[in-house]
Design a protein. Structure first.
Length: 277
């Protein structure tokens, strides 16, 4: 039978740190299946890590989800473990990183501060809690350790929260914001295609034009069509589309960067108006 699942997300990059953490986890839970979600989260970008984790966990089996984007490592910020309503455990720093994923998994059933030092590595550094605290605890939970054993319960309302922007549907328009910019320069936007359809007053159709403003776009906006995929517009032309990778909406440029062209970054407000209603 397959072993327990530990998913693993960090901003550690391609150096040795992820491999070291995997070694620690396998030393405790040798049958664990460790799934590397990504280790290329933008450095120190808790928000990016929270977005990516929240968009991935819903596709994964119930398991332990270890996430470390931790610019406050070694400070008074708490290490925490959360049991989600779906049954998953989430392990990481109390800096908001785990909260959107916990909501995707049905919300928080219980949360605990990680204080049980007998679960840690023998020597705990001030700067590598991913190896010394979080990886061992994740492995012990994967082995079946009760989450109550990691430390005392904490009120979920006391945890540092992080909420991603939400789209607002108006009469003929959608107000949204950039949730994430990927390595191609595609911008993931808050909201779903059905939100844009509600704003437009009809089902979305290929080539349907919208006026988009925000970022470095002139106040008058630019006309961007709705399309199913990048190749439906010429190279260098923009499109609005369903973000198949993570769900929701996207604005992209075929074979170029929408973020660079339109001056888009995390939290940039975007106003999308329907045309020809």
């Amino acid at each position: 039978m397959a072993g327990p699942l530990i998913s693993f997300l960090t901003d550690f990059g391609p150096e040795s740190a992820p491999a070291v953490c995997r070694g620690v986890m396998w030393g405790i839970a040798p049958d664990a299946r460790i799934l590397d979600l990504t280790h290329t989260v933008r450095k120190y970008a808790v928000r990016d890590g929270a977005f990516l984790l929240s968009r991935m966990v819903g596709y994964l089996p119930v398991g332990v989800h270890l996430a470390v984007v931790d610019p406050g490592v070694g400070t008074a910020r708490r290490p925490i473990a959360i049991r989600a309503v779906r049954g998953d455990a989430l392990v990481g720093p109390d800096n908001g990183l785990l909260m959107p994923a916990a909501r995707v998994l049905g919300g928080i059933a219980t949360a605990h501060e990680i204080t049980a030092s007998d679960l840690f590595l023998t020597r705990v550094s001030s700067t590598f809690h991913g190896r010394d605290i979080f990886s061992p605890v994740a492995a012990h939970l994967a082995n079946g350790l009760a989450i109550e054993a990691v430390g005392p319960p904490v009120d979920p309302s006391s945890l540092v929260d992080l909420r991603l922007p939400e789209a607002q549907v108006g009469d003929g328009y959608l107000d949204t914001a950039v949730l994430f910019v990927d390595s191609f320069g595609n911008a993931r936007l808050a909201g779903q295609p059905e939100d844009l359809a509600r704003a437009a007053g009809r089902e979305l159709a290929a080539g349907q034009p919208f006026r988009v403003s925000g970022g470095a776009v002139p106040a008058s906006g630019v006309v961007v069509p709705w399309q199913a995929t990048f190749g439906e517009v010429a190279a260098g032309e923009p499109l609005l589309h369903e973000d198949a990778d993570y769900g929701g909406l996207g604005i992209s440029i075929n074979q170029a960067s929408a973020a660079e062209r339109f001056g888009l970054a995390i939290d940039t407000p975007i106003h999308i108006e329907a045309r020809g209603r």
